[in-house]
Design a protein around this ligand. Sequence first.
Ligand code: SF4
Length: 753
Amino acid sequence: MTVDSVKTLCPYCGVGCGLEVLPAPQAENAVNGQGQAGNSWKVRGDRAHPSSQGMVCVKGATVAEALNKDRLLYPMIRESLDEEFRRASWDQALELITSRIQTVRSTQGADGVCMYGSGQLQTEDYYIAQKLLKGCLGTNNFDSNSRLCMSSAVAGYVQSLGSDGPPCCYEDLDLTDCAFLIGANAAECHPILHNRLQKHHKKNRTVKMVVVDPRRTKTAEDADLHLAIHPGTDIDLLNGIAHLLLRWNCVDTDFIANHTVGFSDFAAVTQHYSPAVVSERCGISVGDLETAARWWADSNRVLSLWSMGVNQSSEGTAKVRAIINLHLITGQIGKPGAGPFSLTGQPNAMGGRETGGLCNLLPGYRHVQFPDHRAELEQFWGLPAGRISPDWGRTAWDIITGLETDDVGLLWIVATNPAVSLPDLERVKTALKRSPFTIHQDAYYPTETAQFAHVLLPAAQWGEKTGTMTNSERMVTLCQAFCSPPGEARPDWEIIADVGCRLGFADQFPFTNAAEVYAEYVQLTHGRVCEMTGLSHDRLRQEGPLQWPIPKANGKELPPQIHIPDSLLQTAATAKRLYTDHQFPTADGRAHFSAYHSRGLAEPPDAAYPFVLTTGRLYGHWHTQTRTGRIEKIRQMHPHPFLEIHPRDAARIGVEDQGLVEVRSRRGMARFPAKITAAIAPGTVFVPIHWGELWADQAEANAMTHNQSCPDSKQPELKACAVQLAPVATESTQADHALFAKTLEVASVSSAL
Ligand code: SF4
């Protein structure tokens, strides 16, 4: 396939920037050495995309450079992990998978089968996976790496507002009087969104920007006020701000009376958070706390933005709800420039949530525990009543414990790399080793997870398949294919549907293309907060990206089995922002305050492990480097991992800048060159998450992290664990850094396939 120019979406972060892709000139192809002419691509920002308006960061700009590197080209199989992979036909591989699924169903039941997916999948891929696992097979054992990323935001929105769905839009970045960023290093993790906010901030000097983060990140450097709180004290801070707003009587009493419940319990909790108490617990001055509260009180439009620093916590849902509380007491929701706004980590984590891509969800923002939701799906899918389980399936971590107890008989991993990204990695790897049958479906080889697989399935990736993705502001973009997949790679949805047909569910998988899959899926959003019955591939192709809710314009005939509450129909009729009428999709139509006291970190530092390790992303890299590690410009930008340590702590343990430090937790260890900087608070150290064992020796952040998770969202506390530090004696710094130069060796491995 060759084309002049195609519009698509950046496949990295949840900002969801529009891209325009053009074939590079043939001469440049030859220079680039990326294969035959016409096999190299130029990427630029799509000026017509409403979310990004032509802007693009280094990841989006370079994404095409990884299209032709280290691709898995054919299905590969082996009997055991000791053997070499051998090439198989698709028929052989899928028959093997089908027969293993049948065996597990008959010996262990459907709950012996698990699929673990990712926010890299397109909406169509997600939907087909839900239909196969939760519908046809009758197990809710589909979880995705959104469990590690956004599940606390989901639970917080549902509990406080009645439904998932960020209420805000990017235009609010241009309209706010006060941006309150907490646990979000947007300058590195959501750079184009940050640029937009900064433009507004710089142009309007009365606009305030507050950043709450234990590190002085690049985002914090741009703030008017940086609150470098101790890790795990977010709820203390948020309740402390509420305490002051209430003390100063800077609250919206009409909004509270008419549109909320639970205020008095919340107000009672905040009485325990005086400025003196909060100052002491958070490690900030009373003056800074009062400044943050004063700016919130005095601003007509307050926009809070949060990401993994809030979500990845053993009290992540409570933190999200504490943020929403502040919006509820001040009526800062459902209006321009204001509201609680979660910044999605992955490009289609939102689409995953919409299609039910977590083990407690069903398509259309439905929940497995509600009988009417299950019945709607069973009828729509033409499956017997009672087929869908009322229980949560296995979360990401429950899959690991299920492998440990032999309750998981088959694990199908799609478009993600859990051998780097899950917490407590040594335990994870040990569990993966004992898996009776693991399928790894991915675009690339090698990956760290591939070594634990019995079957490798080559997946088409960005640019090679057409489908949709939804970004953080609910904007749906058609990601159009502009080239053919290499070798025998196929779209993820097509592979999963093929297995569904082989398992005897051909009636449920009649699709011949992704547009048909999407057309079926959107019917299930009718009357839901995420209404998108007005969308189709054709419409998105013709009109460009569109934001939900977007009902069918001329009264689509609905499937008769789907019940539509009137309140949700009203919500679905709004545009750009949710809840502009202050009616919430809860049973009583009101938003719900929460009343939480802070519990702090699940694993606080102590005498044996006196430092808090926190983790995060860097500007250029993405997750476990499966794609960005294969892009030269990004490798040069971030050549090796490091550990940020405060000068006082560095002196205390006796390490010099660039000297090697061993970091050890109760679970595992890693080694990093020290980066001595006052940007990190004393007592806390930071390492990036991106380096798995393919890219560096002993530099995995998750070797140290633990699996303790939020009781509501089941999201693990990847952001903090207790560690001890020790300098490593070496002959020279340069020799140490050779440890981190594995990239070029790895790049040649896949040619063996
Ligand atoms: Fe891609 Fe995110 Fe960068 Fe936009 S900001 S180009 S979506 S990585």
